[in-house]
Design a protein around this ligand. Structure first.
Ligand code: ADP
Length: 547
């Protein structure tokens, strides 16, 4: 461009020198256009056919321009042929400069923020060059000193724009990223907490890495070198690259990302081992600076934590599932044989199978009570697996709850035989609409717990009352009590208090009791003091018409 200005300024000279200067300026003008469009080609390729076409057209225009012997003085009009040639030369040059303006701008529309800003800077840079040359030519013909100076200043102003487009400064890249950063902060939270599996999380993470720092393609490699997700590159290519480069396995860079040719490798330090996220820059990506590398490092540790969380959650889910399946199978498989054992024991005890020695007879009540215990445990396990599978449907009926409590107390007599059970019942019946079996199950559960977790010989009180909340059955024992910390998780599945682990139990009873109570729109609550004992209260609402 500078040469064009120099040569243009010689246009005033006459004779052969003027002729050469005119031809040279036309050739230089075309060469500058050719250079600019080839520069565009290095970012967004024209393809070999496109390149060939541009070369042929430019060379042809240059030859014709020389052959036409264009007038040296831009002020004088030549023959119609010369005017046509001059117009074509200008058109070829303008096309070479304006085509990239449009191409860069259009390409910017689908790119991440950083690359978008860069492409727009390039587009504006080309537009600036075009403006400088056009106005420069007009200014040349106007031959005004002030205008020429203004053009020179204009040309200078384009230089920083082009510089910015090619080598954007760190602070500028930060500004470009800003709009993405704000959204990113919100998205990161969702990305880490709500991604259901590792592949989804990896995919989302790739999307954000591209938006944050640009990049042509990216992929995530797990600690076992498997490609978890890829974007802008096929899984197969990502696998090949991982095979040849080994990324994560080969290098320990203290958690810092590193450059590997056109790629940036972000190590992902996970519990299962080191994986990596690989971002591949392309011609449109500004060079990654320290700022991007630090940003990526923070990003990598968040992604590693997210991937670990998903792994843990999945592992817990699988374990929970296995536990539930075991519960289901074990309870159903054991129920049949236990019914047979209990049946024969009862027959033996009643003498239906003939006389047995008195020493054997004496252990039968104990065996029957133990088989009752196992049956009771199995009954709760079966109910728990029904509840988990959503198959626990209540069969509600209108019943006297006071009577139900009495039957429940009788039903666990074997289990509470070491205690004195005092039942405080109101004089009048309390009619409620409940599932009688499930209602009794809750009472039996609270009673058997009171017996299990308090010293034998102590008193267990059962109090039935009615108030505006409904009907409440409170079971009070004088056992060890439960600390406030242990009370917090008491009603969750399989929860058992550490100090009572020596007592046989499944940790299902209280969970099941509360679920059953809640299915009745009621609740089970606890009031317990360490060293003094506990009161578990089971409340069910009463319909006004029934109360
Ligand atoms: P399980 O008794 O089969 O272990 P539960 O769900 O009925 O299961 O009880 C959970 C835990 O709560 C028990 O393991 C025990 O530690 C504690 N717990 C329940 N009831 C009492 C009680 N009355 N007194 C003291 N601790 C109790």
């Amino acid at each position: 461009m500078a040469a064009f200005f120099v040569v243009s300024s010689l246009l005033g000279a006459g004779g052969l020198a003027a002729r050469i200067a005119t031809d040279l300026s036309a050739v230089l003008l075309l060469a500058s256009g050719y250079g600019l469009i080839m520069f565009r080609d290095s970012f967004i390729t024209l393809g070999s056919a496109g390149r060939r076409l541009v070369t042929v057209v430019t060379v042809a225009a240059a030859i014709v321009a020389i052959a036409a012997q264009l007038p040296a003085d831009p002020g004088t009009f030549g023959s119609p042929f010369q005017v046509a040639v001059l117009t074509s030369v200008t058109a070829v040059w303008a096309a070479c400069v304006l085509e990239p303006v449009a191409t860069f701008w259009l390409a910017s529309r689908s790119r991440p923020a950083v690359e978008q800003a860069r492409l727009r800077a390039l587009s504006l840079g080309y537009l600036g060059l075009f403006a400088v040359i056009v106005i420069g030519t007009i200014a040349g013909s106007a031959s005004s000193q002030a205008l020429t100076l203004a053009i020179r200043i204009g040309a200078l102003a384009v230089v920083p724009l082009l510089y910015v487009a090619f080598f954007p400064a760190g602070w500028l890249r930060r500004i470009w990223r800003q709009s993405e950063e704000d959204q990113f902060r919100h998205a990161l939270h969702d990305l880490l907490l709500y991604s259901p599996d590792r592949v989804t999380l990896a995919k989302r993470a790739l999307g954000w890495s591209a938006r944050l720092v640009g990049g042509d393609a990216a992929f995530v490699v797990d600690s076992d070198a498997l490609v978890l997700a890829a974007r802008g590159i096929s899984d197969e290519d990502a696998r090949q690259l991982t095979k040849t480069n080994g990324f994560a396995a080969t290098r320990d860079n203290g958690g810092r990302p590193w450059r590997d040719g056109p790629m940036v490798v972000l190590p992902l330090e996970m519990q299962s081992g080191r994986g990596a996220m690989i971002i591949m820059s392309d011609r449109l990506t500004p060079l990654f600076g320290d700022d991007e590398m630090n940003r990526l490092r923070e990003y990598a540790s968040s992604i590693s934590a997210g991937l670990d969380r998903v792994t843990m959650t999945n592992r817990i889910r699988v374990l929970e599932q296995a536990k539930s399946e075991f519960l289901n199978v074990a309870s159903h498989e054991l129920r049949g044989p236990m019914t047979v054992i209990k049946g024969y024991l009862t027959m033996l005890d009643g003498g239906a199978l003939g006389e047995i020695p008195s020493r054997a007879q004496s252990v039968l009540p104990l065996l029957i009570s133990k088989s009752d215990e196992v049956n009771w445990m199995l009954e709760r396990m079966v109910e728990a697996s029904r509840l988990e599978e959503g198959r626990l449907a209540l069969k509600k009926r209108r019943v006297d709850l006071v009577e139900l409590v009495g039957s429940a107390v009788d039903g666990v007599k074997m289990l509470t035989s070491g205690h004195e059970v005092l039942v405080g019942r109101p004089a009048r019946a309390i009619v409620g609409e409940v599932d009688p079996d499930r209602f009794q199950m809750v009472i039996r559960n609270l009673l058997s717990n009171a017996a299990k977790y308090s010293p034998s010989g102590t008193e267990i009180a059962v109090r039935i009352s009615r108030d505006e909340q409904g009907c409440t059955v409170a079971v009070t024992d004088h056992g060890a009590g439960i600390s406030p910390e242990d009370q917090a998780g008491l009603f969750t599945r399989f929860s058992r208090v550490g100090s009572t682990l020596h007592v046989a139990g499944t940790g299902l009873g209280l969970w099941l009791s509360r679920e059953i109570a809640r299915m009745h729109d009621g609740d089970v609550t606890v009031d317990s003091h360490v060293g003094r004992g506990s009161t578990f209260s089971f409340t069910v609402p009463l319909r006004p018409s029934l109360a």
